[in-house]
Design a protein around this ligand. Structure first.
Ligand code: SF4
Length: 380
């Protein structure tokens, strides 16, 4: 177990201190990092230029200065990002990239006041048309050109193709990791599982892939133990901070799988091979192939509802989960709009489900604990 603990603890350190990860990378490569704000972006473009794309997911910080710039009903994640921006945390970045699939992100992209430049692009929402792929590939081309102007060098297509391969390899290993973590809940409690996954936002992807592959190989040598507790699926934008996830550990619950934007949605599908097409088009196609997220619109049908609800039912069956927990980021409109369509599908399929609020500002989780304990008791 020593090597397993070493790797997990190393990844936990990376996750706990992204600033150090950026500083180390910059020192080692002489380049730097690009902030991805956030959710889904063509990280491969920046990776191909030798920069480290880092996820901007906020942090557990008391909100004070952010209130001057954002209304109190802006979501908890962007309140935290704005607070960090005001504190100058992002000043070390070469650029910040905004995708704008929700109103709060639109607002943030327009109000960016950090020292580094911001680059904004738009995901089309009528996603299943070929015109959407063409549009998004063009958005990516413009994004690439604006970044090339900042760094003063061209990013060749061959380098982007290579980065797509590196990212797809990481996606594959993360899918394997989440399956392995579900089989070894005694090793991967919800906090440790999350740290292994989140660390991919702050490490060069081929390094992350190598470490997680080694971790998987070491874990597979261990005997599988029966799990006496419950297994759940987490769905939503994110399940943070650690105190929030720790509630599930304390209640004897393991995460069997997830549908979180910060976790499984990032690597659910690969960037596809599209013969004869340039790499930016391939990156655009990822958005078309991707489903089951409140930010990637799909058309609900009267009989089947939205893709996400049915996907969660299938996941619950596949992973033999006892229930689904919807982690609702405070004031996240897209998730709040999805929820009334989602939970009746789970109810109809007989999947027990619970919605709990995620608020990055809070440090006491007693209310969450009461609800999760009750849910566990209902599960029996
Ligand atoms: S998707 Fe939700 S949590 Fe993310 S920025 Fe938009 S409103 Fe906030």
């Amino acid at each position: 177990m020593t090597r397993i603990n070493e790797i997990i603890s190393g990844l936990q350190k990376v996750t706990a201190d992204p600033e150090k990860a950026v500083a180390d990378y910059t020192k080692e490569t002489g380049k730097g990092a690009v902030g991805i704000c956030y959710l889904y972006a063509p990280d491969e473009i920046f990776h191909a230029a030798g920069y480290l794309p880092v996820g901007m997911w906020g942090a557990t910080v008391p909100i004070s200065k952010a209130r001057t710039h954002l209304p109190p009903f802006a979501c908890s994640v962007m309140q935290a990002v704005m607070e960090l921006e005001c504190a100058g945390v992002y000043d070390i970045l070469k650029a910040v990239v905004f995708s704008v699939p929700c109103d709060t992100l639109k607002c943030m992209s327009q109000m960016w006041k950090g020292k580094c430049p911001s680059l904004t692009f738009c995901h089309p929402q009528n996603r299943k048309l070929e015109a959407s792929n063409v549009f998004l590939a063009e958005e990516y081309r413009q994004l690439k050109e604006r970044f090339e102007a900042i760094i003063g060098e061209k990013i060749p297509d061959a380098a982007i193709e290579k980065s797509i391969g590196i990212y797809n390899a990481n996606r594959a290993v993360m899918r394997e990791f989440t399956d392995v973590a579900a089989e070894y809940p005694d090793i991967f409690d919800p906090v440790k599982r999350h740290a292994v996954i989140k660390s991919r936002f702050f490490m060069e992807k081929s390094r992350h892939t190598a470490l997680v592959s080694e971790l998987i190989a070491e874990v597979k040598k261990q005997p599988k133990k029966p799990w006496p507790g419950k297994k759940i699926i987490l769905s939503g934008i994110m399940a943070e901070p650690d105190g929030f996830l720790d509630v599930f550990r304390e209640c004897g619950m393991a995460v069997a799988a997830d549908d979180l934007a910060q976790e499984g949605r990032q690597y659910r599908v690969d960037v596809p091979d599209v013969p004869g097409k340039e790499p930016l088009y391939r990156l655009a196609r990822w958005w078309q192939d991707f489903d089951g997220c409140s930010l990637a619109t799909d058309l609900a049908t009267v009989d089947k509802g939205k893709f996400r609800g049915n996907m969660l039912v299938d996941m619950a069956k596949k992973y033999r989960a006892d229930g689904v927990v919807i982690c609702m980021v405070k004031f996240c409109d897209p998730e709040e709009f999805d929820y009334p369509v989602l939970y009746p599908v789970l109810d109809k399929a007989g999947i027990p489900n619970l919605m709990v609020e995620v608020d990055l500002e809070i440090r006491s989780f007693e209310q969450v604990k009461t609800r999760v304990q009750t849910f566990r008791d209902i599960l029996g």
